[in-house]
Design a protein around this ligand. Sequence first.
Ligand SMILES: *[C@@H]1O[C@H](CO)[C@@H](O)[C@H](O)[C@H]1NC(C)=O
Ligand SMILES: *[C@@H]1O[C@H](CO)[C@@H](O)[C@H](O)[C@H]1NC(C)=O
Length: 441
Amino acid sequence: MFLVSVKPFFSVLLVTLSLSLAVLLLSPPSSFFSPTSFSFTNERSYTDIWSVRRIVEWRPCKWWLRGHLPALPADSNGYIRVDCYGGLNQMRRDLCDGVGIARLLNATLVLPKFEVAAYWNESSGFADVFDVDYFIGQMNGYVKVAKELPPELASKEPYHVDCSKRKGQFDYIESVLPSLLEHHYISITPAMSQRRDRYPQYAKAALCQVCYNGLRLAKPVEKKARELLEAIPKPFLSLHLRFEPDMVAYSQCEYKGLSPTSLEAIEETRGDRKPWTGELAEIWRKRGKCPLTPRETALIFQALHIPTNTNIYLAAGDGLMELEGFTSVYTNVVTKSSFLTSDDFSSMHGNTKAALDYYVSINSDYYVATFFGNMDKMVAAMRAFNGKQRTLFLSRRAFAEFTYKGLEGKELNQALWKTHRDDFAMGRGSALSDCFCEFKL
Ligand SMILES: *[C@@H]1O[C@H](CO)[C@@H](O)[C@H](O)[C@H]1NC(C)=O
Ligand SMILES: *[C@@H]1O[C@H](CO)[C@@H](O)[C@H](O)[C@H]1NC(C)=O
């Protein structure tokens, strides 16, 4: 009897003790003497978003880390080259999928082709951006990689299987394995719609490994990136702001109060994508389809109590419109061009510049994205992989909803704060991929 009644009390005590210990360890000094700042209903106005206590964190799942893998099959079904197109982070996404496919098909991977000319108007391959030997070493045990083809295939171009154009979901074993067995050497561009759910775990593991643990920047690029990172005042927030003419045109959203120059630039890239009007425009915006302007971004930052003197690295290319809307409020803003010489710039191509932004962003103290593009997904996941959890996606959807409701000033700020506080506490958006597991704190 005695034992039975003591046990629950003891465990409650233990839980309480460990909770208070966790609170002590995890809370910033300013909130130590103000227990109210832990409660969601009674928040101090000076608490910034980064001091919000997290409930959920995303960490790499154990099953794909080394030590949990079955041995690679002795025989290979042939050689696969993954051909990647588009921007740096899109290519990287396709590489991840391609490596998963190679493992699924029990194939040997040759070095991927990074075809960038079409997008960046330049040529730079995989080895220009990523460290080849590191990649090969990290893939050991996950998938076979060959630096060179055997002599009988070396002079051949691979047979190209273009999966990117296939509609609907399809199965790589059914549709690609026959070509691989027939031609022995194929190249593929992965499709978005593959049946990844049917993958055996060892194929998923190869995908996770290459994506989050298999790539490191090539030495010269990493050196530049590290110099840049060192030059940025600390602590700092990396902001990936997207408000370029083409992306605004593609979004089919209309904005009030843009400058004539911006409107002209948008019109130039618009083509036949006319902006939605009336009720459709409202539905579209409420679905979160409209990029945030720099001014809106500054407004949300303030609602999140991010101090206006925060050091901010703007991870963005040229061509951002309406930037004064942000920099007139947040004045400590730097970009790559604040630190790199014009020599650096002329010797670098688009991919290398994108790689610098990527590197700085995975290593920054805080990362905020105004959109949810390939770079944002990759950076958020890499930060989660490295235990950097201060990552936030601004909610375009919430912003639209609140402003359509007519919220303004303090009311709008509070509504924005609550939404983002909850997103941050739950780690929403910080690692979406199948490779990460939820970890309750
Ligand atoms: C790949 O090898 C595994 C054994 O390691 C086998 O179970 C699987 O069926 C093979 N898949 C293909 C497509 O050859
Ligand atoms: C691509 O580069 C070529 C040669 O440098 C140049 O003539 C052409 O205008 C460029 N195209 C674009 C779209 O920038």
